[in-house]
Design a protein around this ligand. Structure first.
Ligand code: AMP
Ligand code: P6P
Length: 336
């Protein structure tokens, strides 16, 4: 019988194979980074299985507690946090772990050369209404002799990997290790992520803007002027833009990354330093957008250059197409 050469396109590249290829291309890599990423993938697949069954497994609804953010903690939040803490601790590669759900970081006395920062289940206020939610993470190398909070309080430009899982109509894992942005879609029957969108590029300009217009009364005048600009007819500029807002950062950011345009959560009179958290929401998203050719700013400063002072600090967050983010900044700087 003739030997049949395997058809390479028959089965897509898995996340595991993609990460392994990255290790083979990294001189001197010991495999710890690879193992860490594979542990993140495992945690996300475990969370995914519970998110999918939450309605049936009685995991919807609140626990009655509030987290360090003062937000109602939902059962799935707690579960997702426990899974990530357990799997990442077991990996042995994390000297410092900081989670949105934990007041203080967790330090490993067994060393571990990496810091992992995560929001275990972002968009949790949408859990009970079956709206897409996600897990966001960032990885940095530890710098201190022993694990301390300073290892986590590093500017986002030092990130060595970041990504998110989007639990939507399908479960998508978006990852960058500094060599572009790649998306993988979970085949639930196989339990593996398969490469579905290699080398994602954020378009230079988009046609939609994403902001909670319900906050406009609390915005500074220059932000209100920007919002009006996005809604005003200007055929040459391609305005008005369509308005899209899910209220779940991972969903709004993913759409903006794929289609272009702009997402903004500005500071306002109720949240004078913004609502979204720097270490495990803004920084990972900013890293991904810049890796995909987009931009990320507070309105005044590049997100990845912000020097953190507190694990749970908040920042104004603007993500999107380079041209659309530049226009936002011109309004903030009073140039428009
Ligand atoms: P390691 O010795 O496995 O901790 O890797 C050392 C460094 O090499 C990491 O911090 C990354 O910057 C790079 N590296 C190692 N493995 C990979 C990978 N699978 N993909 C991309 N970069 C990697
Ligand atoms: P608002 C979800 O609670 C979240 O933390 C992000 O996922 C989302 O972008 C933001 O808050 C939505 O906030 O005030 O518009 O409901």
């Amino acid at each position: 019988m003739d030997s049949v050469s395997p058809n390479p396109s028959l089965i897509g590249t898995t996340l595991r194979e993609h990460v392994l290829a990255g290790m083979q291309a990294a001189p001197g890599a010991t495999g710890e980074f690879t193992s860490l990423l594979n542990h993140v993938s495992l945690a996300v697949r475990i969370i995914n299985s519970r998110v999918r069954a939450a309605g049936l497994a009685g995991l919807l609804g609140y626990t009655g507690e509030t987290n360090v953010q003062g937000e109602q903690v939902q059962k799935l939040d707690v579960y997702a946090n426990e899974v990530l803490l357990n799997v990442l601790t077991r990996s042995g590669h994390c000297g410092v772990i900081a989670s949105e759900e934990n007041d203080e970081p967790i330090y490993s006395n067994h060393g571990g050369k990496y810091v992992v920062l995560f929001d275990p289940l972002d968009g949790s206020s949408n859990i009970d209404t079956n709206v897409s939610i996600g897990t966001i993470f960032a990885v940095l190398r530890r710098r201190e002799p022993t694990p301390i909070v300073d290892d986590a309080l590093r500017p986002g430009r030092e990130i060595v990997a970041a990504g998110y899982a989007l639990y939507g109509p399908s479960t998508v894992f978006v990852l960058s290790t500094g060599h572009g942005v790649h998306a993988f879609t979970l085949d639930p029957n196989v339990g593996e992520f398969f490469l579905s969108m290699p080398n994602i590029r954020c378009p230079k300009k988009g046609n939609s803007y994403s902001v909670n217009e319900g906050n406009c009364a609390r915005w500074a005048p220059e932000i209100r002027k920007w919002s009006e600009h996005m809604k005003t007819e200007d055929k040459a500029g391609g305005y008005p833009y369509g308005h899209r807002y899910v209220g779940s950062l991972v969903a709004d950011a993913h759409r903006t990354l794929m289609k272009g345009g702009i997402f903004a959560y500005p500071e306002d009179s109720k949240s004078p330093t913004g609502k979204l958290r720097l270490l495990y929401e803004a920084n990972p998203m900013a890293y991904l957008f810049e890796q995909a050719g987009g931009a990320a700013t507070t309105g005044k400063h590049r997100i990845l250059d912000v020097q953190p002072t507190n694990v749970h600090q908040r920042v104004p967050l603007v993500l999107g197409s380079k041209d659309d983010v530049a226009v936002y900044k011109e309004f903030v700087e009073g140039k428009r």
